[in-house]
Design a protein around this ligand. Structure first.
Ligand code: SOE
Length: 393
């Protein structure tokens, strides 16, 4: 008996070019490496080229991560013939320039969150995406947590009306990697590169997931922000040299959604012991949902229509074959992780490109989040805290 190698996939190719190869670039690479081997796709993504400024380092990254070629100039990457989709994984200060150039070069674009560092940049990106859409191109922003199966299930339950009218949205996103005052002043702590701190990094996810789950935008916010450690050692600096942190460590804000729901948000990178705790709770007239990214295969659901004696939060283990995204993975109970969200993101984007539909979250969605982030900063800047009189009860 002879065993033949299966025929190669017949789906037309989709060349992907990625800019940036640090943490997010590695996560996206994992998605591109996996997606066509796990899901049936109408197009066959190929990892054409990766781009970074340091020639030696980017060549090494290409080999390690599975990219066929390396470029040192993103302008060369976005005009390559074998690239149809540009995936942007750089710090926020270069998103707008790369995305607009890629769209103008006729490419589809996937851009990491937050979409940009300012509302003006995000507006320019959304405008370029609108023009490109008329030529059949698509643009998507990388809010990958929408693709956690448990959060996708949460969205389905809200859409099906299982919560009734959602009244409360409570989102916190807590990390602790900046508790150490000697953590260096890296790009994520500099406004000129990152736009803002925990707000843009974590708050962007929090705002997107709240608006997405409820299906309604925030219409106003009231905020406080704080930078607890104002000076940190210069990255790559010598001795005791310290520089000024120009972004927030933490942001707290409340908001109102167009649907009428009230929302509260807490995002911080100085919550000792919390590593990547994105927690979401929704309370509606018929039930509630709760989720914690540190237990990402679980969703808690309370059905308030059940008899009181039997009601209460119950844990849904989101690993069944008919749960979102699970049809292609492991048997029930075998759990997914953080990296799978990038595979799911790639799957949804490739399918949208093939179908000619606008993928979500679109650049318009990214722009809406950017407007919320700007409103939070504006509100925090006004510091409209109602000061209590000293000594009053
Ligand atoms: C760092 O705080 C970070 O990597 C974010 O930038 C990501 O978007 C988030 O998913 C995990 O934390």
């Amino acid at each position: 008996m002879s065993y033949d190698t299966p025929a190669p996939a017949t789906a037309p190719p989709l060349g992907v070019g990625m800019v940036g190869y640090a943490f997010m670039g590695q996560a996206h690479s994992q998605g591109w490496r996996t997606v066509g081997r796990v899901f049936d796709l109408p197009l066959s993504p190929s990892m054409a080229a990766v781009c970074g400024r340091n020639a030696t380092a980017v060549r090494a990254a290409a080999g390690r991560l599975g990219w066929a070629a390396a470029e040192t100039d993103w302008r060369a990457l976005v005009t390559r013939q074998d690239v149809q989709l540009v995936d942007i994984c750089t710090p926020g200060d270069s998103h707008a320039e790369i995305a607009v150039a890629a769209l103008e070069a006729g490419k589809h674009v996937l851009c990491e969150k937050p979409l940009a560092n300012t509302v003006a940049e995000a507006e320019a990106m959304a405008a370029a995406a609108r023009v490109a859409r008329r030529n059949g191109q698509v643009a998507m922003v990388g809010f990958n947590y929408r693709r956690v199966p448990a959060l996708a299930l949460a969205r389905h339950l809200v859409e099906q009306g299982r919560l009734g009218t959602v009244r409360h949205v409570r989102v916190s996103y807590l990390q602790d990697w900046l508790v150490d005052p000697d953590h260096p002043l890296e790009w994520r702590l500099r406004r000129e590169h990152a736009g803002s701190g925990a707000l843009g990094d974590l708050g962007a996810h929090a705002v997107d997931i709240a608006q997405h789950l409820v299906g309604s935008p925030l219409t106003g916010v009231s905020a406080q922000t704080e930078t607890f450690v104002r000076e940190r050692p210069l990255a790559g600096g010598h001795g005791d040299e310290r520089g000024t942190v120009t972004v927030d460590d933490a942001a707290l804000f409340t908001g109102r959604l167009a649907s009428g729901a009230l929302a509260s948000f807490e995002v911080t990178r100085v919550a000792a012991g919390r590593k990547n705790a994105l927690r979401v709770e929704l309370n509606g007239t018929l039930g509630s949902l709760a989720f914690d990214l540190e237990r990402l295969n679980e969703l808690e659901f309370h059905d308030d229509t059940a008899a009181a004696a039997e009601a209460g939060f119950r844990r849904i283990l989101v690993t069944e074959q008919d749960h979102p995204y699970l049809e292609a993975w492991w048997p029930p109970g075998h759990g997914l992780g953080y990296e799978h969200t990038f595979t799911h993101q790639a799957r949804d984007l490739v399918r949208a490109i093939a179908a000619g539909t606008t993928p979500a979250p679109s650049f318009e969605d990214g722009l809406q989040v950017q407007r919320v982030l700007a409103a939070v900063e504006e509100s925090a800047g006004k510091n409209s805290v109602h000061t209590l009189v000293e000594g009053s009860p």
